[in-house]
Design a binder for this molecule. Structure first.
Ligand code: GDP
Length: 299
């Protein structure tokens, strides 16, 4: 968690500092409010949340500027509110009724799905959970190898099929394996082919239905690359329309100063950000904590 702050602070500081500087002016005039809006929109906060935040700040700060510490406090409170601390961000990763929990990881190719599956497996193994991985991303030739490498690194089994095999049958086999091994969690990596909405719906729908023949799907985590901004958000929306997403994973937050995307995606999709990716390494996955996130912005 200390690392979350350090990592984010390195790339995100500019947003919080920029806002603080604007709010701490002697006089927060129309021009300053416009600058505040621009700063937020540039940081990918999204138009509606930006307008709401500015409205709330305006009523609290009005024309006269406030001192640095007071401005920081107000900004901190309002940003935390915007990230909605009341949402349930816990991961459903416990066995129930003699069945492993099943986590489906979906999203556009290249967003960091496979890496997220590997990192998540590591987190769960560190919690003494028995994990099985399913390599159902049969679209990208190297994806199964990549996942298996993660599996070996973390010390868990990876179930994979023949090259170009059917993703649904691999998903089914991985869950079957998880049941046989009495695993706590089966994490299934999927392909992020965004060819057509119907195609995606058919494919993910089939994967889910086939899993549900033997176990319940507890989490559908949608992976979004934070560096792709509004474009990533548009793609994510398509996924959220075709499958019931239970949580968002925002990857590559270490590589962007536009941390505002956290606010935008959560708002747009109506689903909590549960995890954030902060680098390519095995330990670079953290639970998302609104207060720590905002503190990192303001650091
Ligand atoms: P997939 O196609 O969605 O499975 O994506 P991959 O897991 O193969 O990731 C694509 C690239 O993004 C790889 O080079 C990863 O190392 C990199 N990546 C994934 N997550 C993160 C992250 O949180 N931060 C950074 N900087 N890179 C990441």
């Amino acid at each position: 968690m200390v690392r979350l702050r350090a990592r984010l602070a390195r790339s995100q500081g500019s947003l919080g500092k920029g806002l603080l500087a604007l709010l701490s002016r002697d006089k927060v005039d129309e021009e300053a409010w416009e600058d505040i809006e621009t700063t937020l929109i540039t940081a990918d906060v999204g138009v509606t949340p930006t307008q709401e935040l500015v409205e709330r700040l305006r009523t609290r700060i009005r024309v006269e500027g406030v001192g640095g510490e007071q401005a920081r406090q107000i900004l901190r409170e309002e940003l935390i509110e915007l990230v909605n601390p009341a949402l349930d961000r816990s991961l459903k990763v416990s066995r129930k009724e003699a069945q492993p929990a099943v986590v489906l990881v979906v999203g556009v190719n290249g967003t960091g799905k496979t890496t997220t599956v590997g990192k998540l497996a590591r987190v769960l193994v560190a919690e003494d959970k028995h994990v099985v991985l399913g390599a159902a991303d049969t679209f990208r030739a190297a994806a199964a190898d990549q996942l298996q490498t993660w599996g070996e690194r973390v010390g868990v089994r990876t179930v994979r099929g023949a090259e170009g095999g059917d993703p649904a049958s691999i998903a089914f086999d991985s869950v079957k394996q998880g049941i046989e091994e009495e695993a706590d969690v089966v994490i299934v990596d999927t392909a992020g082919r965004l060819h057509t909405k119907t195609g995606l719906m058919d494919e993910l729908g089939k994967v889910k239905r086939v899993i549900e023949k033997s176990a319940e799907v507890d989490e559908v985590l949608l992976v979004i690359d934070a560096t792709t901004g509004q474009n990533g958000l548009t793609q994510a929306r398509v996924f959220a329309e075709v499958i019931d997403v239970t949580g968002l994973v925002l990857t590559k937050l270490d590589g962007t100063a536009k941390g505002g995307i956290v606010i935008a995606v959560q708002r747009e999709l109506g689903v909590p950000v549960k995890l954030v990716g902060l680098g390519e390494g095995p330990d670079d996955l953290a639970p998302f904590d609104p207060e720590q996130f905002v503190d990192a912005l303001l650091d």
